[in-house]
Design a protein around this ligand. Structure first.
Ligand code: ZN
Length: 114
């Protein structure tokens, strides 16, 4: 993996917060002071939970997918623009995880809650 954000489209991955299928996911490197090796975090975009997100980059992706429920090959360039703006935003504001959060997430996942 490089240090560039990696965007995944239409992951069909349920939102960890509400279970709604997410629109897209982006994996970004995070700066974790506890570890010297690079850490990565995957951020999902949920049409439900992120509806009131303050960032225009997030709203741009939601607006795009609201207008274009399915992305055809012809539309992929327009999607690429809003998604790369969003990926840059996430990379600039990576989620902050410490080991405790991660352990809790793993336990919740193992219990089938995520
Ligand atoms: Zn959600």
């Amino acid at each position: 993996m490089t240090n560039e954000p990696e965007v995944e489209l239409t992951t069909q991955q349920p939102c960890p917060r509400c279970g709604t299928p997410t629109l897209a996911a982006v994996t970004v490197p995070t700066r974790n002071t506890e570890h010297s090796v690079p850490q990565y975090a995957t951020v999902t975009l949920c049409p439900n939970c992120d509806r009131h997100h303050p960032a225009p980059e997030v709203q741009g992706v939601i607006a795009y997918f609201t207008l274009n429920e399915h992305i055809s090959t012809d539309e992929i360039e327009g999607a690429g623009q809003v998604l790369s703006d969003w990926a840059r935003y996430v990379a600039a504001h990576p989620p902050v995880y410490n080991s405790d959060n991660l352990d809790e997430d793993i336990e919740a996942w193992a219990r089938g809650e995520m």
